[in-house]
Design a binder for this molecule. Structure first.
Ligand code: AMP
Ligand code: MG
Length: 505
């Protein structure tokens, strides 16, 4: 059994008479009590709406103005004060490696799974984050502060807008409930949505606790519901591991291509579905710095931007290790995850080729791209702005593209690289207008830079939530040309340098 001494004893919450017309499935709950503890959220009184995502609501089939429907009282439900019929809350147990070290049992210390519903995009699970103590809270208070909740909410929807696999966020509610971090802050709850919240750490838990039957049932569950194609292979567990490796490779290439730094790539934050999961001290690159560490508590830089792809492989290794009781043969397990490397390399090449607007592959491409990235790192060029501007590059022979490449100071570089890039584009008969349109579909005009989130957070802490909602709309359409030239797409202000993001959330 997974219950521990600090199991909160909580009064039962009211179940409201009406909720949305959802079909509940709750398959993870049916998996059995060794995977979770059923419990109720802890109420967060005097709650109020902070923000909601219409895109996520549409995914769940909710009607417009769902949050205002008096029959449903969604504010109470998504603050953890009431349940809708069909919700069966529980906290799941997992373990994991944190900063490369085995950390033992972790689990949903402040998240509660509410249930799983059918949607037109397949079954989706709903989860509250910050809804109070669970048996897995350890020394924590089970709460999340408004600041980190806004960051998670905005970034989930921003990643979705960028086309990067991620958990979604439906809404944030806030309250005056005080929460102590470095300073006294207030509590908030984010409602997250995903096909599954199962992590590498769920497998590590049952493996390390020497519970092979539970490990097997978890793997069978994931295969049956999420990777059914693996069932028709001679070795379904090896096939599952390979599929996770491929999805993780694809995800990492997408992170690297937009300059996303996760900040805490512990194995308990790695999704078995290859989704971006658990937004904490993340950051998007402003200037291109491969050594950038976005989490100020990561003193050794384990999760530095350029290390993310190899950390993901390390994490896959931990998953392979966890699955050994099912796979038996360590060579087969290692072979299964080894495909991560060529897959990642391929995916990254594809991402970079698209970022530069190439439609063909040529021998010198890697060198040309590498040359550009090295200069960007040397001159600390703004990552997002440089790639967005590059779509305006003219491939006509003899054109002076120094305005497009004006972010660089090194004239010699501008001249020589421009010439090489122009030659490369002409060699594939690139059409400037078509290329610009294609590049603007992969190089965003806006990403959730720290200063954008910070401005929304500061206003929200003062009681004005309009900037959160405005920024959300911008981030949901990050390729929209109407954003070009606005403050959202501009360089970070000087004060952005002083923003420190830590694990404290
Ligand atoms: P994270 O670094 O946010 O992914 O969290 C690592 C572990 O600590 C997970 O088991 C979380 O559920 C737990 N945790 C983080 N913050 C809190 C908190 N305020 N209260 C309880 N558990 C927490
Ligand atoms: Mg986590």
């Amino acid at each position: 059994m997974n219950s521990t001494d600090n199991t909160p004893t909580l009064a039962r919450l009211p179940t409201l008479a009406h909720g949305p017309d959802w079909t509940w499935r709750n398959r993870f709950r049916a998996l059995g009590c060794e995977y979770h503890t059923e419990l109720q959220p802890q109420p967060m009184h005097e709650s109020h709406w902070i923000a909601h995502s219409d895109a996520c609501a549409a995914l769940l089939g909710l009607p417009a103005e769902w949050q205002m429907d008096p029959r449903w009282n969604a504010l109470e439900v998504f603050s953890g004060n009431a349940l809708w019929p069909g919700m069966q809350p529980l906290a799941s147990v997992y373990s994991g490696h944190q900063f490369g070290v085995w950390a033992g049992q972790l689990g949903d210390g402040r998240a509660l799974w509410l249930g799983e519903i059918d949607t037109t995009s397949g079954p989706m699970e709903l989860q509250l984050k910050g809804s109070g103590l669970t048996p897995y809270s350890r020394m924590g208070d089970g709460r999340a502060v408004l600041r980190s909740s806004i960051r998670e909410f905005l970034c989930s929807e921003a990643m979705h807008g960028l086309g990067i696999p991620t958990t979604h966020a439906l809404c944030i509610t806030g309250s005056s409930l005080p929460v102590r971090r470095e300073a006294l802050e207030t509590a908030a709850v984010v409602t997250r949505v995903a096909p599954s919240f199962i992590r590498f750490g769920h497998f590590e838990h049952f493996s390390q606790h020497d519970e092979p039957d539970s490990l097997k049932r978890l793997a069978d569950f994931v295969i049956e519901h999420h990777y059914p194609e693996c069932l028709n292979t001679p070795q379904p567990y090896i096939a599952m591991l390979g599929t996770v490796a491929r999805r993780t490779a694809e995800l990492l290439a997408q992170w690297q291509a937009v300059g996303f730094c996760h900040g805490v790539m512990n194995t308990d934050n790695m999704s078995i579905l290859g989704l971006t999961l658990d937004y904490g001290p993340f950051g998007f690159l402003d200037s291109y710095d491969p050594g950038h560490v976005c989490n100020h508590t990561d003193h050794k830089g384990r999760y530095a931007f350029s290390r993310q792809p190899s950390v993901a492989f390390w994490n896959l290794h931990a998953l392979a290790q966890a699955l050994m009781p099912l796979i038996g043969n360590s060579h087969a397990a290692l072979d299964a995850i080894d495909i991560y490397k060529p897959f990642y390399a391929d995916a990254m090449r594809r991402q970079l080729r698209n970022k530069l607007g190439f439609t063909t592959t040529e021998a010198g491409d890697a060198g040309l791209i590498d040359w550009l990235l090295k200069q960007m790192a040397y001159e600390k060029t703004d990552h997002t702005i440089l790639f967005r501007r590059l779509s305006r590059f003219s491939s006509a022979e003899g054109t002076d593209n120094s305005e497009v490449l004006g972010l660089f100071k090194d004239r010699k570089f501008i001249e020589t690289w421009s010439k090489a890039y122009g030659d490369r584009l002409r060699s594939e008969g690139s059409n400037d207008a078509q290329r610009a349109a294609a590049m603007n579909r992969v190089n965003p005009s806006v990403v959730l830079r720290n200063h954008l989130a910070e401005a929304a957070i500061r206003q929200a802490q003062g009681g004005d939530f309009s900037e959160v909602q405005r920024l959300l709309k911008v981030l949901q359409n990050p390729f929209d040309e109407s954003i070009d030239g606005t403050d959202d797409a501009d360089f970070p202000p000087d004060w952005a340098q002083e923003i420190e993001v830590s694990c404290s959330s």
